[in-house]
Design a protein around this ligand. Structure first.
Ligand SMILES: C[S@@+](CC[C@H](N)C(=O)[O-])C[C@H]1O[C@@H](n2cnc3c(N)ncnc32)[C@H](O)[C@@H]1O
Length: 402
């Protein structure tokens, strides 16, 4: 087995530690900045090597105990072995280096707000099944690592994990989407329909008191679970809707976004979901909210009833065709792939002089900031929020002006 010694310099965006060996960049999962390690290559490409740790020669001072027996096998978390303050720093430096590389913007000191709660913070998860139970997929694999518990998941999601360990019938299911409502758990089983599958759904409903869906269809008259958001009536959540994973940091993000939007202005909100920002904004502005998912949009309409909000259902690109461009500010919160080109060019031709961009992917954010800057926008501020402690993911809120 070929091995070599390596010092890890930093954590890369996808979560791997990065070192340099004979002019090659080496990516090593589960390493930490400052580690001196012996590694063996698992993948060689023209410009980089992916390697695995064989031995830790001298551990980094930033290492800590992962406090999870599955860490390193389960692919759910990448950074349980890294101190929390160092995780926040790594997220900040990744955002600034992506902005510099892809947008040519230099922002050296980005603050990443810690999550008020770093254990049991997840209220939703997509689990995969095996004969031994449910869990997340192993790194670089489609195989599920069966879990008895997950320290990041809420108590009710953990109840489902414990329950599934004794029930091999779960292995019929390709995916289990679980969402922790305020009172009940929602479980959505995805699999080829069969009598055994519906029997499993009946058992889960009876044993866990959950609201169970099979392939996005309800199996009982109750068709949703309630989830509170910072503003507006509780969401009646059902599959197909989007809900933020970590409600503790979400509360801070919503208040921060509200503080950035000028009061009494005319706002356009794109990618509004079930109205996480919309209901609060409708109290201080006139807002037009656009959402592409039919399920989310129906719920957005219901939650906005009686408020100064106009709701438009459909893909942003299509909803914007022929829309009046007279807005003071625009708020966008797109999925990971970022803004479509047509949306960017619509924003560029609008009257708005403030753009608030909520992003869950700093790489596409940087690409979009570059496109916006070409039309005269400049980045005024950017702040990170730790929606997913122990992972490399980071949420950001940027303000652009022109
Ligand atoms: C990251 S979520 C944000 C939702 C909401 N702002 C929140 O905080 O809960 C992105 C939302 O964009 C919606 N979406 C995805 N593609 C879209 C498109 N092309 N047009 C409009 N909405 C879209 C998704 O359904 C989802 O609700």
């Amino acid at each position: 087995m070929e091995t070599f010694e390596l010092t890890i310099d930093e954590l890369a965006y996808e979560g791997f530690g990065v070192g340099r060996h004979q002019n090659m960049v080496v990516f090593v999962p589960y390493s930490a900045p400052g580690d001196r390690i012996e590694v063996t290559p698992v993948k060689r490409k023209k410009r980089f090597i992916e390697a695995r740790i064989v031995k830790i020669i001298e551990p980094s001072r930033l290492r800590t105990s992962p406090e999870c027996p599955y860490f390193g096998d389960c692919g759910g978390c990448q950074w349980r072995h890294v101190r929390y303050d160092a995780q926040l720093k790594a997220k900040a430096s990744q955002v600034s280096s992506l902005l510099e590389r892809f947008a040519g913007v230099v922002v050296p000191d980005i603050e990443v707000q810690a999550s008020p709660v770093t254990s049991n913070y997840r209220i939703r998860a997509r689990f995969h099944a095996s004969l031994q139970g449910l869990g997340f997929q192993r790194l670089n694999s489609h195989e599920a690592v069966p879990l008895s518990f997950c320290p990041s998941c809420s108590e009710r999601l953990n109840e489902l994990l414990r329950y599934a360990r004794g029930i091999p019938e779960f292995s019929r299911v390709s995916q289990v989407q679980a969402v922790d409502g305020d009172i009940q758990l929602l479980v959505n089983l995805s699999a080829r329909p069969s009598t055994a599958l519906f029997e499993l759904a009946r058992r889960i409903k009876k044993d866990l008191g959950a609201v169970v869906f099979v392939n996005n269809r309800p199996t009982s008259p109750k068709r949703y679970v309630s989830i509170k958001l910072p503003f507006g009536p509780p969401v009646r959540y059902s599959p197909g809707m989007f809900i933020q994973t970590n409600p503790h940091i979400n509360q801070l993000i919503v208040l921060y976004v509200l503080s950035l939007i000028p009061r009494s202005s005319r706002i356009l909100e794109l990618y509004a979901g079930v109205g996480n920002f919309t209901c609060g904004l409708a109290e201080v502005t006139r807002i037009t909210a656009v959402e592409g998912s039919r399920a989310s949009c129906g719920e957005l309409k219901r939650r906005c009833k009686g408020r100064s909000a106009e709701v438009v259902c459909g893909p942003a690109r299509r909803a914007l065709e022929g829309m009046d461009r007279k807005f003071d500010a625009i708020l966008v919160d797109p999925p990971r792939k970022g803004l479509e080109e047509e949306v960017v060019s619509w924003i560029n031709q609008s009257d708005a002089d403030t753009l608030c961009y909520v992003s869950c992917n700093p790489a596409t954010l940087a690409r979009d900031i570059k496109r916006l800057a070409e039309a005269g926008w400049s980045l005024e501020s950017i702040k990170g929020f730790d929606m997913f402690p122990y992972t490399y993911h980071v949420e950001t809120v940027s303000v652009l002006k022109r």
